[in-house]
Write a protein that binds this ligand. Sequence first.
Ligand code: HEM
Length: 179
Amino acid sequence: MTSRNKSRNRNGDPEEMEGSGATAPAAPHPAVAPLAFLLGKWRGEGEGSFPTISPFRYGEELLFSHHPSKPVISYTQRTWKAASGEPMHAESGYWRPLPDGSVEVVISQSTGLAEVQKGSFDAEKKTVTLQSELVGNASKVKQITRAFQLVDGELSYVVQMATITTSLQPHLKALLKKI
Ligand code: HEM
C-alpha cells in the first residue's frame, strides 16, 4: 500500500495530505502561479454600453478559485442591476494557463452563449488578453474580446464584442476590489 500522507512531489508541488487532518499548503499549482494575482473573490461596479442599447450600470462579483493539484482556475461571475440589485447576466468557466504564456478559457453564459477564448498573459504586468476562437449558440454575437489588468490592487477589465450589425467595440467595463 502506498502512503496516504502526501506532502510534496518531486517537483516540489504541494499535494493534499489525505487522512492526516492537515491542510495542504496554499501555494498554487506551478501552471497557475503566473495568474495567481487573479485568485480570490472580487466585487465592484461596471458600466455597459453598445451603439444599439441604452447604457447601464451593474454590480458584479467574480470568483477565481483553484486547487493546488490542478493546472486550472475555476471562474464564476454574477451581476446585478446597480439600482435595484435584481440579477442580470451570469457566467462560469475554466481558465487554463499554459507554460508558453498563452491561456485558454471556456465560458458558458446564462444567455446560453458558449465561448472558447485564447490569448496571453503577462505575469509581470499582471494582464490577460483574450480573443474568442469560438462563439457558439449565439444569434447576434460574432466575436468577443476580454482584457484584464491589475492596477494598484484593483482588477479592471474591458469586454468588447462584434455582432452581425456592429463592429468590435466595448460592451462592458468594470473595476473590482478584492474582498
Ligand atoms: C461576453 C459577455 C456578453 C455578451 C456576448 C453580451 C451580448 C449582448 C448582445 C448581443 C446584446 C444585444 C446587442 C444588440 O442587440 O445589438 C446585449 C445587450 C445587453 N447586454 Fe450584454 N452581453 C454580455 C455581457 C453582459 C453583462 C455582463 C451584462 C450585465 C451586467 C449585460 C447586459 C446587457 C444589457 C442590459 C443589454 C441591453 C438589453 C436590451 O436592451 O434589451 N451583458 N448583450
